[in-house]
Design a protein around this ligand. Sequence first.
Ligand SMILES: [Zn+2]
Length: 197
Amino acid sequence: MITEAEPDKRAPEPLRLVQQFVNSAELDEDDEELASPRDLKEWLVSRHLAPPGARVTGADLRQALEVREGLRSLLAVHNGAGADPEAAARLDAALEACTLRAGFAADGTPGLVPVGDGARAGLAHLMAIVATAATDGTWWRLKACADAGCRWAFYDHSKNRSGRWCSMKSCGNQHKAKAFRERQRAPSAARGRKARS
Ligand SMILES: [Zn+2]
């Protein structure tokens, strides 16, 4: 069972759904929440992204995983990794079958509405959330952890958007300890330079 990001690393609603989607795999623990079409269906239905009667196929699952990992690559870009046009193109292609239309809520508020009711509509719903987050600025604060083995999605609440780790307790401290060990191994001149910087 995968736990959620720490409370101070959670994205505001509804972007938190996208964060939960990316974190449905814990790469460093080899833990996968979406191991079968049935898992994907349960994941979507429990979050009201698909109706209980939705049919979810193996192709839907493959598409969802492609979308999830594409999102993860983009979240790494938010954390200082170089632009990744290939990942963006793959994600874009994976979303080809997901359709959104302009729609209006009962109170007249306009928004993006998924078309259909299967797994694809569920993914389209997540993309509507991403599109809205991109315009209100919250999207750029959703990042993949800088630890290459982790890449867990976290929300950067810091003022200057400088957060790098999903958790200071785990990834951040591990990185600090590694950097410290490397400094210890480095020639003393280099160590001196580092110490003064
Ligand atoms: Zn991490």
